[in-house]
Write a protein that binds this ligand. Structure first.
Ligand code: ZN
Length: 284
């Protein structure tokens, strides 16, 4: 909140005091941001920097990733992020500013960020929201956003809370889906994804069965995760997950109960299904 500089190594573009600009590096960052907004590849900028003999503040050779980090960091426009997330000054919508001299304007920083598909720098999930950079690296899985919690509430109804992906603890389940609402239901990620796939391929009602061409591409590994997710979405509204039995290590695919789209809805979304390759149909 006080806008004090980060500890750790000196950020590229500033002097050791982390407040005043390093004239040469700051000029490079300003130029890189403007080049990037103009359409230049981060890789090409890194190559320029290497040719100029530039090295990072810890001595490393610039590469596309480090250049991207440097030019998209909120600090370049004076914003002080906390764990990669901007915090507003209490009572306002203005982000907290750092005490250092900025290299570009907030508008230029927004523009350069927009050239990369980074997550937003503003907090969504409140405290503990993931770093936007970490989020970008995290590959999505086919079940994320599709699973609902099937734990029973005290009034006898189903929780139906959204289940989100978290890190798992075992080799067999490197990730798990857990109910964000009641936290009483959790399922091995690979188990849930496998169950989803089985449902799609062998349990779909006639109106929801996938065309052979789609099945083939899926089986042959020609489909990316996002396309698989759209495919699932076109025939399933969601799947409800029954809580597992404590101490039972066997994989029970029947814990995942499908809720198929009605025949009418499946028909309507089949129209969207045709141009799959072009990314029609929103992801949630
Ligand atoms: Zn729940």
């Amino acid at each position: 909140m006080e806008g004090v500089p980060h500890s750790g190594p000196r950020p590229f573009g500033w002097q050791e005091d982390r407040i005043t600009l390093h004239p040469h590096e700051a000029a490079l960052v300003r130029q890189a941001i403007s080049d990037r907004i103009g359409g230049k590849a981060a890789r090409a900028i890194a190559r320029d920097w290497c040719e100029l003999g530039v090295s990072g503040t810890r001595g490393g050779r610039p590469n596309a990733q480090t250049v991207t980090q440097i030019i998209t960091a909120p600090r370049v426009c004076g914003y002080r992020a906390n764990r990669g997330v901007l915090m507003p000054v209490p009572g306002t919508t203005e982000p907290v500013s750092g005490q250092w001299v900025p290299i570009v304007t907030p508008e230029q920083w927004q523009a350069v960020r927009a050239t990369f598909s980074l997550g937003g720098p503003y907090p969504r999930g409140g405290s503990g929201a993931p770093r936007s950079t970490a989020e970008k690296a995290k590959p999505r899985t086919i079940g994320s956003g599709l699973l609902r919690c099937g734990a029973e509430r005290s009034d006898g109804t189903e929780c139906r809370g959204a289940m989100s992906r978290q890190k798992g603890r075992s080799k067999r389940s490197p990730y798990v889906y857990t109910c964000r609402s009641c936290r009483r239901c959790s399922i091995s990620g690979p188990l849930a994804d496998e169950a989803l796939e089985r449902l799609l391929f062998s349990a779909a009602p006639v109106h929801a069965s996938l065309p052979e061409s789609v099945r083939r591409r899926w089986r042959d590994g020609d489909m990316g995760v996002e396309e698989k997710r759209r495919t699932i979405r076109s025939v399933l509204t969601c799947c409800v997950v029954r809580p597992g039995v404590k101490g039972n290590p066997s994989w029970d695919h029947a814990r995942v109960r499908p809720e198929w789209r009605s025949a009418a809805r499946a028909e309507a979304s089949a129209v969207d299904r045709e141009p799959f390759r072009h990314g029609v149909g929103g992801s949630p």
